[in-house]
Design a protein. Structure first.
Length: 364
């Protein structure tokens, strides 16, 4: 049995005729595929099918053979095939066009906080932060992700005013150079912060709460037409079935994005390594990264220098380069499209080498 047949997938069928609902539920149960009926207004004619690639393929074949929903069977096979491939095309960020599927994109982390877990506030002040942004672009960063609130374990939340005071001078300084050669992302879950950043020209929003922390965020992102990264996060590490639950909760964020009017080609998903998960759970998610391709959106991975690496290697933050490199390589092999990293030069090299090995022969 191939590994792909065991890959966990989620497929959403929309505008299902009411008379077909019982048949689809019956055949899904027979194939070992779970069925969820969304309860959100406007989606009650939808079905979410969740199971292994093998189970979903069996369901499709049952529908094709049994009549009554041959079109449903064909659609499931088409969607299942789509989940097997990396998203292709381009990521549009303002005047920038970044290729999807050709190579792994590098997002460079710029923490402008006094208590960053990774760099101890090294780039908290304006000149150092601006210099670091230019340096990361020279080293190969495709996107610069600017964050003003630490998310380290035990961090203290700060006000919108404080976060803006930290990030806006850097954003304004970089945007004052019309030739700055990379798009900027704002790492925030607060709509007020995102709005000021977008108004200043930032081309992307990276929301660690997947639009669930601030109800205004979805409409704001839609209004500006920028890409958004929806990260999985929660306040608990209690799961009944880890990976399916993480995928289900990411689907909730995707549904919020689409309900707000965010276009499909503006959505990126992130499984949230280090957020709402223990070290063992983080490793389990990394082991099953390919399952997240079933969501059908570009996949971002952020493991750089994180505590799970420290626990496995028993090393402090500044000595986690090789551990980060391992997660980047395995992530790209599993289908990750973007890696969010501190050590841009080194991880760019890791990505280039891994791309050369794993992207050969991938379908257009």
């Amino acid at each position: 049995m191939g590994a792909d047949s065991l890959r966990y997938c989620r497929i959403k069928l929309c505008q299902v005729p009411p008379e077909l609902m019982p048949l689809l539920e019956q055949e899904s149960a027979a194939a070992g595929v779970g069925v969820v009926r969304p309860q959100r207004e406007g989606e009650r004619d939808s079905l979410i099918l969740a199971g292994t690639a093998k189970g979903l393929s069996e369901l499709a074949q049952r529908l094709l053979r049994g009549g009554g929903s041959a079109e449903g069977g064909k659609l499931i096979l088409e969607l299942l095939e789509k989940t097997r491939r990396r998203p292709r095309g381009e990521l549009r960020l303002g005047r920038f066009r970044l290729p999807l599927g050709e190579r792994t994109l590098i997002m460079g982390i710029l923490n402008v906080t006094p208590d960053s877990f990774s760099d101890g506030g090294k780039y908290y002040r304006l000149p150092a932060a601006v210099e670091r942004a230019y340096q990361m672009v020279e080293e190969g960063a495709d996107i610069i992700d600017i964050g003003g609130e630490s998310t380290r374990p035990g961090h203290q939340r700060i006000s919108e005013a404080e976060e803006l005071a930290r990030v806006m001078p850097i954003i304004e300084a970089l945007k004052s150079d019309p030739h700055f050669p990379a798009p900027l992302s704002i790492d925030t879950y607060k709509a007020a912060v995102a709005e000021e950043a977008l108004r200043a020209g930032v081309e992307m929003v990276n929301d660690i709460w997947g639009l669930k922390a601030d109800p205004r965020m979805g409409k704001l992102v839609a209004a500006y037409g920028v890409p958004v990264c929806l990260m999985h996060n929660r306040n608990s590490t209690e799961y009944r079935d880890l990976v399916p639950e993480v995928i289900f909760e990411l689907q909730e964020s995707i549904d919020l994005a689409k309900a707000a009017g965010i276009a499909d080609d503006r959505i990126i998903v992130d499984p949230g390594i280090g957020f709402g998960k223990t070290a063992e759970q983080n490793l389990a998610v990394l082991h099953r990264l390919a399952d997240f391709r079933g969501l059908g959106y570009p996949l971002l991975l952020g493991t750089s220098r994180k505590s799970t690496i420290g626990k496995v290697l028993n090393l402090p933050t500044e000595e986690r380069l090789e551990g980060t490199a391992a997660t980047v390589a395995i992530g790209i092999a599993a289908g990750v499209d973007i890696v969010r990293v501190h050590d841009v030069k080194e991880m760019r090299r890791v990505a280039m080498m891994t791309d050369a090995m794993v992207r050969q022969g991938e379908e257009d």
